[in-house]
Write a protein that binds this ligand. Structure first.
Ligand code: PMP
Length: 430
């Protein structure tokens, strides 16, 4: 390619480059696109993979003989817990199968910590003067808005390809007792696509913390969502933490939202036996049992852990070409120009695009005016504040493959125009 860094262009070359991008953008705007890259949702074709659920279960009793249609069994049916315990490397009696949303389980857990305190808390978090959480950035916006809604302050650490910057976390928690926990999406993180290494997990499990009830919210939402044949396994955080003498530190969350139906799946929580008992104790004040009919049909649908793995390969076949197309367009349009870097994730639902500092919101604005919806700039940062205004989250699973191409072509044009504007305004052309 003849591409050279934009910053190396002379003032005249830059002016003409900007001219070209403006023309391309004007044409784009006139073409009347209506495309959406905001939603980390499964496509209809992916949802259809699980339509077998709609005619299940074939029976009403679970393996223990209990009638799933009735009240009871707060922890969820054993046969489904066995399947997901094997996949998540936990013991079935340390796993809770709940309703359709793991985010709700995270919220319940946080609310219980605030109202009542945890199994290892000196007092309820509401009685602490200040409670703070560490958020690896870029991260998942709903994690941030949930903390904010409870008055929990957020401190950021960088997300690296191997997970959160463990040294930065360890330095923060060592002597600040107001830091009570952290978020961690260990597998194919939203949006960075990072996989938490064994080493990082072990450090976080073992590090000394000033708060005795420090929690790792281990949100394994994308545990089985591989995009390549290299199917990574998450670290066994419960065992690592137990071995390090902090059995109550991690709370593991997962769900079938992006395995079966995003709106009608089953969510899971795993923790130390004491912490599971604590969670169920509080849950039982507001529930007489989960939707066990849904749990039974999921157990019938998968049959066993292998059934889940096979099912995920069908998802991969549908979405991997969309991710490949995102890479192709970014590489061909932006490669070598030094105006952007992006992740090439091997799993999960997102591509994280970093554009020239100070241009992310401009790119999103330009794209919107051209009919392409992008996640608001800053969404992956606490308080919506990306200090560098550089990060854009791309979510290619929901649109059809034939829509990913024009959407990404449009994104590339907006990135180039915003960069040309920025560089000419900054007078960096030579
Ligand atoms: N955690 C992460 C990291 C996610 O990306 C999502 C979905 N966007 C969720 C949790 C939501 O999970 P659930 O559907 O189980 O509530």
């Amino acid at each position: 390619s003849t591409a050279q860094p934009l910053s190396a262009l002379s003032a005249d070359q830059l002016a003409s480059f900007r001219e070209t991008q403006q023309t391309a953008y004007d044409e784009l705007k006139a073409s009347g696109l209506k495309l959406d890259l905001t939603r980390g949702k499964p496509s209809t074709e992916q949802l259809d993979l699980s339509n077998g659920l709609l005619t299940l279960p074939t029976q009403v009793n679970d393996a223990s003989g209990a009638d799933t249609r009735n009240y009871g069994n707060l922890q969820g049916i054993a046969e489904l817990r066995e399947i997901f315990a094997e996949l998540l490397w936990v013991s079935p009696d340390q796993l809770v199968a709940g309703g359709n949303s793991s985010l709700t389980m995270m919220k319940d857990t946080l609310v219980d910590l605030v109202l009542f305190g945890g199994v290892d808390s000196p007092k309820p978090w509401r009685l602490e003067e200040k409670v703070r959480f560490i958020c690896p950035v870029p991260g998942y916006d709903r994690h941030h808005t949930l903390l904010d809604s409870l008055g929990i302050e957020m401190i950021t650490v960088p997300m690296t390809p191997d997970g959160p910057d463990a040294d930065a976390v360890a330095a923060l928690v060592a002597d600040d007792p107001t830091i009570k926990g952290m978020w961690l999406v260990p597998t194919y993180s939203n949006p960075a696509g990072s996989v938490c290494s064994q080493d990082v997990a072990a450090k976080l499990a073992a590090m000394p913390t000033a708060a005795h009830d420090f929690k790792i919210f281990w949100d394994n939402a994308y545990a089985f969502h591989h995009l390549t044949e290299d199917e990574v396994k998450s670290a066994d955080i419960l065992s690592l933490a137990s071995a390090a003498g902090h059995p109550h530190r991690p709370i593991v969350f997962a769900s079938t939202s992006k395995i079966t139906f995003a709106g009608a799946g089953v969510a899971f929580l795993a923790a130390s036996p004491e912490q599971v008992k604590w969670y169920l104790g509080h849950l039982g004040k507001g529930s007489i049992g989960p939707d066990k009919v849904n749990q039974l049909r999921h157990a019938e649908f998968f049959g066993n852990a292998e059934g889940v793995i096979t099912h995920m390969r069908r998802h991969r076949d549908i979405i991997a070409p969309k991710f490949a197309e995102v890479q192709r367009v970014l590489r061909e349009r932006l490669g070598g120009l030094d105006v952007a870097t992006w992740t090439d994730p091997v799993g999960g639902y997102f591509v994280s695009l970093d554009v020239l500092p100070g241009t992310a919101s401009r790119v999103v604005e330009l794209a919107k005016a051209a009919g392409v919806a992008l996640t608001p700039a800053g969404a992956s940062y606490p308080y919506g504040n990306d200090p560098q205004d550089t990060n854009i989250r791309l979510a290619p699973t929901y649109p059809a493959l034939a829509e990913v191409t024009p959407a990404m072509e449009a994104v590339a044009t907006c990135v180039l125009l915003a960069a040309a504007e920025k560089l000419s305004a900054g007078g960096q052309g030579r």
